[in-house]
Design a protein around this ligand. Structure first.
Ligand code: FES
Length: 242
Protein backbone atom coordinates (compact mmCIF):
# COMPACT_ATOMS: atom_id res chain seq x y z
CA UNK A 1 0.00 0.00 0.00
CA UNK A 2 1.37 3.41 -1.05
CA UNK A 3 1.54 6.25 1.51
CA UNK A 4 1.04 9.78 0.18
CA UNK A 5 1.86 12.81 2.32
CA UNK A 6 -0.98 15.33 2.32
CA UNK A 7 -0.30 17.91 5.05
CA UNK A 8 0.76 18.59 8.64
CA UNK A 9 -1.91 17.77 11.21
CA UNK A 10 -1.31 21.25 12.65
CA UNK A 11 -2.46 22.75 9.32
CA UNK A 12 -6.01 21.57 10.02
CA UNK A 13 -7.96 23.72 12.50
CA UNK A 14 -9.68 21.97 15.42
CA UNK A 15 -13.07 20.80 14.13
CA UNK A 16 -12.14 22.33 10.79
CA UNK A 17 -11.15 21.19 7.31
CA UNK A 18 -8.91 21.99 4.36
CA UNK A 19 -8.48 20.50 0.92
CA UNK A 20 -5.28 19.73 -0.96
CA UNK A 21 -4.26 18.79 -4.48
CA UNK A 22 -2.57 15.40 -4.25
CA UNK A 23 -0.51 13.06 -6.38
CA UNK A 24 -3.64 10.86 -6.50
CA UNK A 25 -4.74 13.28 -9.22
CA UNK A 26 -7.72 14.48 -7.19
CA UNK A 27 -8.39 16.98 -4.43
CA UNK A 28 -8.37 15.46 -0.95
CA UNK A 29 -10.29 16.99 1.94
CA UNK A 30 -8.80 16.50 5.41
CA UNK A 31 -11.17 17.18 8.32
CA UNK A 32 -10.51 17.22 12.04
CA UNK A 33 -13.10 16.16 14.59
CA UNK A 34 -11.68 16.29 18.10
CA UNK A 35 -8.79 13.81 18.19
CA UNK A 36 -9.66 12.21 14.87
CA UNK A 37 -8.78 13.06 11.27
CA UNK A 38 -10.73 12.01 8.19
CA UNK A 39 -9.93 12.07 4.47
CA UNK A 40 -12.57 12.48 1.74
CA UNK A 41 -12.93 13.56 -1.86
CA UNK A 42 -12.34 17.32 -2.04
CA UNK A 43 -15.11 18.07 -4.55
CA UNK A 44 -18.82 17.76 -3.94
CA UNK A 45 -20.27 14.63 -5.60
CA UNK A 46 -23.18 16.77 -6.83
CA UNK A 47 -21.19 19.33 -8.86
CA UNK A 48 -17.54 20.38 -8.95
CA UNK A 49 -17.63 22.59 -5.87
CA UNK A 50 -14.81 22.59 -3.30
CA UNK A 51 -16.19 21.12 -0.10
CA UNK A 52 -13.81 23.15 2.07
CA UNK A 53 -15.78 26.27 1.04
CA UNK A 54 -18.79 24.74 2.82
CA UNK A 55 -19.69 24.47 6.49
CA UNK A 56 -18.36 22.02 9.05
CA UNK A 57 -19.23 21.90 12.75
CA UNK A 58 -16.90 19.03 13.66
CA UNK A 59 -19.58 16.40 12.95
CA UNK A 60 -21.58 17.30 9.82
CA UNK A 61 -20.12 18.60 6.58
CA UNK A 62 -22.44 20.78 4.47
CA UNK A 63 -21.83 21.87 0.87
CA UNK A 64 -22.69 25.57 0.61
CA UNK A 65 -24.13 25.29 -2.91
CA UNK A 66 -27.20 23.11 -2.46
CA UNK A 67 -26.79 22.06 1.16
CA UNK A 68 -26.04 18.37 0.69
CA UNK A 69 -24.69 17.02 3.99
CA UNK A 70 -22.51 14.13 5.17
CA UNK A 71 -21.57 12.46 8.44
CA UNK A 72 -17.86 13.17 8.83
CA UNK A 73 -17.17 9.86 10.59
CA UNK A 74 -18.48 7.73 7.71
CA UNK A 75 -19.04 9.95 4.65
CA UNK A 76 -22.66 8.72 4.60
CA UNK A 77 -25.21 11.01 2.94
CA UNK A 78 -27.53 12.94 5.26
CA UNK A 79 -30.55 15.17 4.63
CA UNK A 80 -30.77 16.26 0.99
CA UNK A 81 -27.59 14.50 -0.16
CA UNK A 82 -28.08 11.83 -2.82
CA UNK A 83 -24.59 10.31 -2.77
CA UNK A 84 -22.02 9.48 -0.10
CA UNK A 85 -18.51 10.91 -0.07
CA UNK A 86 -15.62 8.80 -1.26
CA UNK A 87 -13.47 8.16 1.78
CA UNK A 88 -9.69 7.85 1.80
CA UNK A 89 -7.89 5.75 4.36
CA UNK A 90 -5.54 8.08 6.20
CA UNK A 91 -2.72 7.74 8.70
CA UNK A 92 -1.71 10.32 11.29
CA UNK A 93 1.91 9.79 12.25
CA UNK A 94 4.55 12.10 13.71
CA UNK A 95 2.41 15.18 13.14
CA UNK A 96 1.85 14.38 9.46
CA UNK A 97 -1.26 13.20 7.62
CA UNK A 98 -0.91 10.58 4.89
CA UNK A 99 -3.43 8.98 2.54
CA UNK A 100 -2.96 5.23 2.11
CA UNK A 101 -3.51 4.12 -1.44
CA UNK A 102 -4.43 0.47 -1.96
CA UNK A 103 -4.46 -0.85 -5.51
CA UNK A 104 -7.95 -0.49 -6.96
CA UNK A 105 -7.43 -4.00 -8.35
CA UNK A 106 -7.29 -5.36 -4.83
CA UNK A 107 -10.65 -3.85 -3.86
CA UNK A 108 -12.35 -4.57 -7.18
CA UNK A 109 -15.24 -7.04 -6.99
CA UNK A 110 -14.20 -8.46 -10.38
CA UNK A 111 -10.78 -9.54 -9.14
CA UNK A 112 -11.90 -10.55 -5.64
CA UNK A 113 -10.24 -13.83 -4.74
CA UNK A 114 -7.56 -13.59 -7.42
CA UNK A 115 -4.15 -14.66 -6.13
CA UNK A 116 -1.55 -12.11 -5.06
CA UNK A 117 0.56 -13.20 -8.04
CA UNK A 118 -2.28 -12.45 -10.49
CA UNK A 119 -3.00 -9.05 -8.88
CA UNK A 120 0.72 -8.21 -9.09
CA UNK A 121 0.84 -9.19 -12.79
CA UNK A 122 -2.26 -7.16 -13.59
CA UNK A 123 -0.96 -4.20 -11.57
CA UNK A 124 2.20 -4.26 -13.66
CA UNK A 125 0.11 -4.18 -16.87
CA UNK A 126 -2.23 -1.41 -15.69
CA UNK A 127 -1.76 2.17 -16.83
CA UNK A 128 -2.87 4.81 -14.30
CA UNK A 129 -4.65 7.70 -16.03
CA UNK A 130 -5.94 10.98 -14.64
CA UNK A 131 -8.84 12.52 -16.58
CA UNK A 132 -10.35 15.97 -16.27
CA UNK A 133 -14.02 16.54 -15.67
CA UNK A 134 -16.12 16.13 -18.86
CA UNK A 135 -13.52 14.07 -20.70
CA UNK A 136 -14.90 11.22 -22.77
CA UNK A 137 -13.27 7.85 -22.18
CA UNK A 138 -15.02 6.06 -25.02
CA UNK A 139 -18.05 6.52 -27.22
CA UNK A 140 -20.64 4.29 -28.87
CA UNK A 141 -19.02 2.33 -31.71
CA UNK A 142 -15.44 2.65 -30.41
CA UNK A 143 -13.35 -0.51 -30.26
CA UNK A 144 -13.77 -2.28 -26.91
CA UNK A 145 -10.08 -2.98 -26.32
CA UNK A 146 -9.54 -1.83 -22.73
CA UNK A 147 -11.31 -2.16 -19.41
CA UNK A 148 -11.11 0.40 -16.60
CA UNK A 149 -11.11 0.34 -12.83
CA UNK A 150 -12.14 3.50 -11.02
CA UNK A 151 -9.63 4.66 -8.43
CA UNK A 152 -11.30 7.95 -7.62
CA UNK A 153 -13.80 10.32 -9.16
CA UNK A 154 -17.04 9.60 -11.00
CA UNK A 155 -17.93 8.28 -14.42
CA UNK A 156 -21.28 8.56 -16.16
CA UNK A 157 -22.67 6.28 -18.88
CA UNK A 158 -25.00 7.26 -21.67
CA UNK A 159 -26.69 4.72 -23.92
CA UNK A 160 -27.95 5.55 -27.43
CA UNK A 161 -27.19 8.31 -29.92
CA UNK A 162 -27.96 12.02 -30.27
CA UNK A 163 -31.47 12.88 -29.07
CA UNK A 164 -32.26 9.28 -28.16
CA UNK A 165 -29.89 8.90 -25.25
CA UNK A 166 -30.48 7.90 -21.67
CA UNK A 167 -28.33 7.88 -18.59
CA UNK A 168 -27.24 4.43 -17.54
CA UNK A 169 -26.39 5.42 -13.97
CA UNK A 170 -23.07 6.34 -12.39
CA UNK A 171 -20.58 4.75 -10.11
CA UNK A 172 -18.82 6.08 -7.10
CA UNK A 173 -17.00 3.34 -5.28
CA UNK A 174 -13.31 2.70 -5.71
CA UNK A 175 -12.71 -0.57 -7.49
CA UNK A 176 -15.74 -0.40 -9.81
CA UNK A 177 -14.91 -1.98 -13.16
CA UNK A 178 -16.33 -0.73 -16.45
CA UNK A 179 -15.60 -1.26 -20.11
CA UNK A 180 -15.65 -4.99 -19.35
CA UNK A 181 -16.77 -5.69 -22.94
CA UNK A 182 -12.99 -5.82 -23.53
CA UNK A 183 -13.09 -9.26 -21.88
CA UNK A 184 -15.77 -10.56 -24.27
CA UNK A 185 -14.63 -11.98 -27.58
CA UNK A 186 -17.91 -11.26 -29.37
CA UNK A 187 -18.29 -7.65 -28.17
CA UNK A 188 -15.76 -5.65 -30.21
CA UNK A 189 -17.62 -2.28 -30.10
CA UNK A 190 -18.84 -0.03 -27.28
CA UNK A 191 -22.60 0.24 -26.91
CA UNK A 192 -22.46 3.09 -24.36
CA UNK A 193 -20.56 6.34 -23.93
CA UNK A 194 -18.46 6.76 -20.77
CA UNK A 195 -17.35 10.20 -19.57
CA UNK A 196 -15.82 11.56 -16.38
CA UNK A 197 -18.14 13.96 -14.62
CA UNK A 198 -15.49 15.00 -12.13
CA UNK A 199 -11.68 14.69 -12.15
CA UNK A 200 -11.09 10.94 -12.04
CA UNK A 201 -8.20 8.52 -11.72
CA UNK A 202 -8.49 5.19 -13.50
CA UNK A 203 -6.51 2.03 -13.99
CA UNK A 204 -6.65 1.00 -17.66
CA UNK A 205 -5.98 -2.58 -18.71
CA UNK A 206 -5.92 -4.11 -22.16
CA UNK A 207 -8.56 -6.87 -22.29
CA UNK A 208 -6.45 -9.29 -24.36
CA UNK A 209 -3.53 -8.94 -21.91
CA UNK A 210 -5.83 -9.58 -18.94
CA UNK A 211 -7.27 -12.70 -20.62
CA UNK A 212 -3.74 -13.97 -21.27
CA UNK A 213 -2.82 -13.65 -17.57
CA UNK A 214 -6.09 -15.32 -16.51
CA UNK A 215 -5.57 -18.21 -18.96
CA UNK A 216 -2.15 -18.86 -17.44
CA UNK A 217 -3.60 -18.81 -13.91
CA UNK A 218 -6.73 -20.99 -14.27
CA UNK A 219 -7.81 -20.97 -10.60
CA UNK A 220 -7.89 -17.18 -10.46
CA UNK A 221 -9.14 -16.99 -14.05
CA UNK A 222 -12.18 -19.17 -13.27
CA UNK A 223 -13.09 -16.96 -10.30
CA UNK A 224 -12.75 -13.75 -12.31
CA UNK A 225 -14.89 -15.12 -15.14
CA UNK A 226 -17.61 -16.16 -12.69
CA UNK A 227 -17.56 -12.66 -11.22
CA UNK A 228 -17.67 -11.16 -14.71
CA UNK A 229 -20.77 -13.25 -15.50
CA UNK A 230 -22.57 -11.92 -12.42
CA UNK A 231 -21.48 -8.35 -13.26
CA UNK A 232 -22.96 -8.69 -16.74
CA UNK A 233 -26.17 -10.18 -15.38
CA UNK A 234 -26.50 -7.33 -12.89
CA UNK A 235 -25.91 -4.50 -15.37
CA UNK A 236 -27.27 -5.76 -18.68
CA UNK A 237 -30.75 -6.38 -17.31
CA UNK A 238 -31.34 -2.80 -16.28
CA UNK A 239 -28.65 -0.47 -17.55
CA UNK A 240 -26.64 -1.83 -20.46
CA UNK A 241 -22.91 -2.28 -20.98
CA UNK A 242 -20.48 -0.35 -18.88
S1 FES B 1 -22.72 21.37 -5.52
FE1 FES B 1 -22.63 20.57 -3.53
S2 FES B 1 -24.66 20.21 -3.02
FE2 FES B 1 -24.75 20.93 -5.04
Amino acid sequence: MKRIHICKASDIPLNGMKSYDSSLGVKVLIANSGDAYYGYQGLCPHQDVCLDEGFFDGATLTCHQHLWQWDITTGDAMGLAEAPLERFQIEHEGGDIFVLQASALRVSALFKGASDAVIARLDALARREVHASLSTLYDVGDAADDLYILESGRVEFVIGREDRTSLAGFMLRKGEVFGWAALLEDQPKRIAKAACIEPSTLLRLNGAEVLRVLAEEPASGYGVMRQLASLITKHLGSKGEK
